[in-house]
Design a protein around this ligand. Sequence first.
Ligand SMILES: C[S@@+](CC[C@H](N)C(=O)[O-])C[C@H]1O[C@@H](n2cnc3c(N)ncnc32)[C@H](O)[C@@H]1O
Length: 323
Amino acid sequence: MVLKSSSPARQLRTTGAHSRLALCCLVAALLTAGACGARKRLKGFGESARESAVSQANVVQRYRELYAKYGSQLTDVKKRAAPCAAKGQSSDMELELSYLRLRDTQPNMVWEWSPNHGLSTIFILAALADNGHGHLIAFDENQNWHDSEACIADLLENRFRFVFGDVHETFYEIEKEVGMPDYLFLDSWHSHLMGVWYTTEVLSRFTKHTYVSLHDVHNPTFWGDDRDDPSFRDRRDLKVWPSWMATEEGMTVSDWLLYRADACGVYTTAQSRWPSTYDAMNTMRTIYMYKDVREEGLHPEIQENSTLFFELLCESNSSEASH
Ligand SMILES: C[S@@+](CC[C@H](N)C(=O)[O-])C[C@H]1O[C@@H](n2cnc3c(N)ncnc32)[C@H](O)[C@@H]1O
């Protein structure tokens, strides 16, 4: 409701606040409930708040199994990555989860948008090599991935291809050449417009079951890559966008997911969204990976662990959520 006495600026602020609130409620509903419509197929990643608590327990349980199974190989990957990790922009936990999820799901074709200095690339490529099959195509408009080349030199042959250029253009060329991947790792330009583009132009084109991860969804230090406004990019204003809210791109994708009947397996272990899951994961990591997760690791200063994981075109027998 807008009061008659309100100034136009106040009205605008009020309307903006209402829209933000509505969007927040929508996204909160999605993240609490899991993807709508996937309920029948899901075993564990449930729809109600009560089931959701169970699903978070299932996330921890699933990763407990994966850490137990692949933990020693993962430790080797972390040693491999250490000399090339300085400029990486992901937290230790999400790099580990990427590796474990790729081991678990055994994809044949992974696309990475985008590697930048290549820390995430090391974990993806090592997982494919440890699987014994699978190819990675990495897209970026810079060539910084070479900073990590020394750490993956033995893994590149016949397994890796780098595509240089703006992914808005290169995507169409590569899709035409090789078709769509079965695992899409998203960590590129973080903005509403980017999210709108790839949900409508890219995610909507998949015709088979696909695993997706999207970085920087639950990152309270960051709002988006819009360079025109420093308060978006450099320091998130927590009074306007509180820490539990997804980032601008994260909200765009969450909103799109909410209406996808064929999406499932939505989860995050982000500290700002599910602190109890985050703590449980860290307790587990002290068993399988470290004595103290806050002091050890490649990037102890990055703790946001902001990735949202989900699946498209789910089938009960192949879905991660059905494990
Ligand atoms: C946040 S960094 C990736 C960090 C990396 N995944 C890691 O874990 O260290 C984002 C990357 O996206 C790339 N990027 C942004 N917009 C792009 C576009 N339109 N096409 C291709 N690459 C893009 C940037 O050049 C940058 O290297």
